[in-house]
Design a protein around this ligand. Structure first.
Ligand SMILES: Cc1cc2nc3c(=O)[nH]c(=O)nc-3n(C[C@H](O)[C@H](O)[C@H](O)COP(=O)(O)O)c2cc1C
Length: 150
């Protein structure tokens, strides 16, 4: 099983931590979105796309990358870190993946430290996240995907 995880993580590296934990759990290649432009997705059995949530969605460059990728019938999953640990802002990216007939195997999210705008005046919100429990949940999420589908 050949897996790759692509992430975008420019605020505090929160999503990078999650991507690396997932990658270690299933022995996947882990790369930044900026290095993924020439990836041949057909070589992979499983592809993960992760981003911090910025203004209610994934990083625009990540959305663009997904929009340009050939993902017909490919096994994919998405993940994010954000203020609340909710997956609600994954919808736009899931819609794109659905429109490409990708095989969506799951969606994961956890809290990530946010010091954007006025939040920095109070030391940020979701401080100390992702924490060890978040990273364990991330590892369990990808292991379950592999156990149930690969
Ligand atoms: C410019 C900006 C916009 C953000 N917008 C949202 C948002 O709309 N909803 C949310 O839950 N978190 C928002 N956040 C918080 C980030 O999603 C959170 O800090 C995330 O963990 C950042 O991930 P990163 O460190 O991997 O970049 C925003 C952060 C920044 C810097």
């Amino acid at each position: 099983m050949k897996a790759i995880i692509i992430y975008s993580s420019y605020h505090h590296g929160n999503t990078k931590k999650v991507a690396l934990a997932m990658g270690e759990a299933i022995n996947a290649e882990v790369i930044e979105e900026a290095q993924a432009k020439t990836i041949d997705f057909s070589k992979y059995d499983l592809i993960g796309f992760g981003s911090g949530i910025y203004a209610f969605g994934f990083n625009k460059k990540m959305v663009e990358l997904i929009g340009n990728a050939s993902l017909e019938s490919k096994n994919v999953f998405v993940f994010s870190t954000n203020d609340s640990g909710s997956t609600k802002n994954h919808k736009a990216v899931l819609d794109i993946l659905n429109s490409k007939n990708a095989n969506i195997l799951g969606s994961f999210s956890c809290k990530g430290w946010d010091t954007f705008g006025p939040f920095k005046l109070i030391g940020g919100v979701s401080k100390n996240h992702p924490d060890e429990a978040d990273l364990k949940a991330a590892r369990d999420f990808v292991k379950n995907i592999c156990d149930n589908n690969m």
